[in-house]
Design a protein around this ligand. Sequence first.
Ligand code: PLP
Length: 377
Amino acid sequence: MIYFDNAATTKPEDSVLGLAARYLKEQYYNPSALYAEGYNLHLELEECRRSILSHVADADDYSIIITSCGTEADNQAIFCGGRRGNIVTTMGEHAAVFAAATEAGRRGVEARFAQLNADGSVNVENLLSLVDGKTSLVSVMHVNNETGAVNDINAIAGMVKAKNARTLFHSDGVQAYGKLPFRLSGHVDMYSVSAHKIGGLKGTGALIKKKKLVLQPFIWGGGQESGLRSGTENVYGIEAFCAAAAERYNYGRHEVNYNRVRELQARMWELLDKSLFERISPGNGSPYILTVAARGVRGETILHMCNDRGLIIGTGSACSSNASKRNSRVMQACGIGQDMIDGVLRISFNPHNTIEEVEEAATILNEVVETDRELTE
Ligand code: PLP
């Protein structure tokens, strides 16, 4: 089986699984307990938080709240950061932000959605025109999960602050953390990340936040995560997240991986038959995602035909649990024409993928789309 749906989730690293098993079997104590076994775990988790944060931000300026997933981190940012006036976000956001902002709108905070460019990046001019004196929060995703377009969040956050210094800036970094070489500038107030996109386990994410930023708790209870997100810590998940992030970042591996994955993405595009496929992903986007559209066929049909031949890929709206949802909002906002929108396919990579897998996958994709076209003509 060739797996190219890594933007949906990644295979956990073997080392991470071994580590998680150890914490489940042997170190099962509650980190809030007063005996040494519990307290030692508490100290270890502190170290994990520091380490997960250190890869993208300075510990002098930022702190971290561990959550159950990227979706929860996004919800915490929207509901705790955008409490008055209006929230400005984009048409390209993952549902975790888009639906949360829409819900905030129903609860009395106006939600405004900025337009996209054709590649899925935000139209910055339009975004800034929506920011005014009453904007409490702006949320712009770092890497678009459907196209791979990268928003320059440090620069956009700076421009937002220049318009309204009191506006908080959040970014959904779920498809960027562990993948792109970058660090947060002081203008970004909150940043969401998720473990299962980088070889960690499902059930762990985090909201990185400016230390000075005072937030209301998101989940009330025993006061874990500095009182901002109560609940007994998912010890094995946090340890696994920490190990997976270290695996991606230590010794500059994220840069090595970035270049390697760029080669995989380039080779895939080179081998796809240009009479069958059009490229949607921008040339300067994240190399981890290659989104293409096959004219005149249904992406879902192609996905199943590939699946039968041992290749797993995604379609345009693959991050939604509602897999049958047609016509992705994001693709529509990119202006993808009706003749192409049904045939959108997302091929997403992992540093462990090989050129041989790319070559085999491209052959399958070309043959499958050709066959499907012939059958439907
Ligand atoms: N944000 C983006 C950009 C994503 O791609 C995803 C993944 O589906 C999420 C948020 C949600 O993350 P999680 O699956 O950890 O809830």
